[in-house]
Write a protein that binds this ligand. Sequence first.
Ligand code: GLN
Length: 489
Amino acid sequence: MSYNLTDLTLTQALSQLRSRQISAVDLTRAHLERIEKLNPHLKAFLTVTAERALQDAEAADRARAAGDDRPLLGIPLAIKDVLSTRGIETTCGSKILKGYKPVYDATIVKRLSEAGMVLLGKLNMDEFAMGSSTENSAYAITRNPWDTTRVPGGSSGGSAAAVSAGMAMGAIGTDTGGSIRQPGAFCGIPALKPSYGRASRYGLVAFGSSLDSPGPLARTVEDVARITGVIAGHDPLDSTSVKADVPDYVAGLEGGVKGLKIGIPKEYFIEGIQPEIDMAVLAAIEQLRGMGAEVVEISLPHTNYSLPVYYIIAPAEASANLARYDGIRFGPKVDKGEMWATYKATRGEGFGPEVKRRIMLGTYALSAGYFDAYYGKAQAVRTLIKRDFDLAFEQVDVIITPTTPKTAFPIGQNSDDPLQMYLEDVFTLPPSLAGICGLNVPCGFDFQGLPIGMQVLGKAFGEDTVLRVGHTYEQANQWHTHHPPVGLA
Ligand code: GLN
């Protein structure tokens, strides 16, 4: 064959599977070989389910031969290790869940399997999704395929690295404050945080329950749209998943941007942003204007409060959610005979430093004397942040900002400075607090050849519009045809 099967986009692979040019088994083998070659260095996968993948692929080929054409039939995908997979170890990047094999699949894993996915394995992440670099994993540091001395972003760094390096055709990540969009930006791939409630959280190990949103990372916006169509929709097992119609995202991609109003929030184009990012995002906006969009300057005045508000609310919810890890029900137990000593030793050894920091922050913010001053206040300000977006979306259809203030940073650079690490999320936190959707779209490279991403934000349940804008921009450019320089030798 004159091309590499791992260079195909998901959409191209589907059409070649349909025309019988390729088989799911060949496609899966090619990805497993690529994983075998690259994963020892990149460490995107924590678990590779090679046997299961080949079985899925054989079943997909048989089904297709019998006339089946489900939306992801025979497509090799991988899942962040925060989503429960029946019988497959699910660690959340934490020692405290080492060896834990869930007895059920998360709803979105089930939906992907029902749509015909071939499951390649589970992907590395910051412990319990807390972090922006994947350096907080208890197991391995994932490397950025564009420059392996740098981080892939986080917390879904394994997901972004796997897709960008051609080890999976698409991946599922989760985004609480930026963990899909930021690694998407750092690794140069489209990545969607759906609106809160759009995709089920059932079987997703909770971090910040009022923020967590699972979503796809893939090679092109169209690929992202295909996966979104499968995972979106109401789930009776998740009371916060919303009963709203799921549009045909792929069919909606071609409408163009003529007459569409794009808001540019002045609070996001500030001093301190890497100049190439500023230039690339503004150039992308100009290009969309040239294609018929109208560009309007807007203001989101409470933007500055997002970081402190998020770092009260997310740790508060995390401290409650993580109380269940006591060595009794899940994972390893450090047995000290007596109950409190056992809890203490299990949690002391099982959790890493960032998780402990968040539990302490959250417990403090929720404690009796401080609840109103911290948690109560943060929730009130969160409403103001959401109102900023509500007002903006009365004027505009989408909002475009940089996804990150800087491109991928070197491994180790921010690890001793939590505050600096938290600042990586300034542009992705406000939309998470507001519960709206956001898509990272690659829009260039910096002077060192590292990918740059822009963030296209839409109102809650407006995924179809952000995908259309992202697709229109992507198709007018060539960024998605660039592949990172790994595994060439
Ligand atoms: N980096 C942010 C944090 O550490 C966001 C993480 C996420 O979205 N899961 O909390």
